[in-house]
Ligand binder design. Structure first.
Ligand code: A2P
Length: 306
């Protein structure tokens, strides 16, 4: 297998005590149909700052929302994954994008709006935002990215880094296999569908698979999750998994990784993992909290769950 050469990255060029002001240039909804789960694509112009050409896809930027909480403390920093390629949004090195879901929660009959996500979602072109970063040094594409095949697993806004990574791979005439498996609750929640559907149509070696969890059920009554595609699309995915130069990237909801690891083992691919203890016959017997004591991701897995 080719060695995985991760690029050197720069970290925290701007810190929370020394943030930089950037300008919003676009802010649009990325679901095709209207959905109560509002997700927006927001692009910042970082011209004139040290961030130009120094943020890699897979890294995050921090956002400092203005104002104070009810205790009078400044709102804390929130991290958002970069969803533009390292070459910049639309090939412009001074444009960096992110993907933001408005967070809304009800607690004790009261509605709470996430401070940073709703602040960002309300912004208009021309508005200024204080940002920090970049952060993250491992969830990256290798420098020799063209030497590998990829299986990307995303749930919800976990798609953000993969949008940029897939753009980056294909802008360099990528010729290996690449599968993107995306999971969301309803069909109306599919993110960046137009882009990925076009890619799927255009390239025989790009495979776009969507798992919608709360509409139909699988034959055995289980939900359609990203990991169930490993069974349902075995004919397509199994030969890709079997190649020794395939990398797996996982991004999204905490807990999705254990389902993916379990499927990998059940399908005879322990080589992606580091098995640290003798495994029970039925992996579902391992409580989620103890999973990492038994199984950890190996060097071919890149994971960012939250
Ligand atoms: P569900 O909530 O129906 O169980 P979003 O971030 O837009 O809410 O999407 C997250 C998606 O991930 C949903 O479809 C959700 O399904 C699904 N999901 C929840 N738990 C897991 C898990 N353990 N493994 C994989 N997918 C999961």
């Amino acid at each position: 297998m080719s060695e995985i050469n991760l690029p050197e990255v720069e970290l925290n060029i701007y810190s929370k005590n020394d943030p930089v002001e950037v300008t919003v240039v676009e802010n649009y909804v990325v679901t095709k149909e209207s959905s109560p789960n509002i997700v927006r694509h927001i692009t910042f112009d970082v011209s004139g700052t040290e961030l130009v050409d120094r943020v890699k896809v897979g890294q995050s930027v921090g956002v400092l929302p203005p104002g104070k909480d009810e205790k009078g403390k400044a709102h804390r920093l929130r991290l958002y994954s970069v969803s533009s390629p390292s070459s910049g949004e639309k090939g412009e090195k001074h444009l960096i994008s992110t993907t933001v879901k408005r967070t809304i929660e009800e607690l004790d009959n009261k509605l709470y709006l996430g401070v940073a996500s709703n602040y960002l979602a309300d912004l208009k072109p021309g508005d200024k935002v204080r940002v920090t970063g970049p952060s993250g040094r491992r969830f990256l594409l290798p420098e020799n990215s063209q030497d590998f095949n990829y299986i990307f697993f995303a749930t919800g806004t976990g798609i953000a880094p993969f949008r940029g990574m897939i753009q980056e791979l294909f802008e360099k005439d990528f010729s290996n296999e690449c599968a993107l498996i995306f999971g969301c609750p309803y069909r109306t929640d599919v993110l960046y569908a137009d882009y990925f559907e076009d890619m799927d149509e255009k390239y025989d070696h790009f495979h776009y698979l969507v798992s919608v969890s709360r509409e139909a059920r699988r034959e055995d009554g289980s939900k359609y999750y990203v990991q169930t595609k490993l069974d349902d699309e075995k004919k397509l995915l199994s030969p890709i998994l079997a190649k020794e130069n395939t990398l797996i990237y996982i991004c999204g909801m905490k807990g999705m990784e254990t389902g993916i690891y379990t499927k990998l083992i059940n399908q005879g691919h322990p080589e992606y993992l580091e098995i640290r203890k003798e495994l029970p016959d039925d992996l579902n017997e391992i409580p989620d909290k103890k999973f990492k004591r038994f199984i950890k991701p190996g060097p071919r897995i890149f994971e960012e769950v939250y």
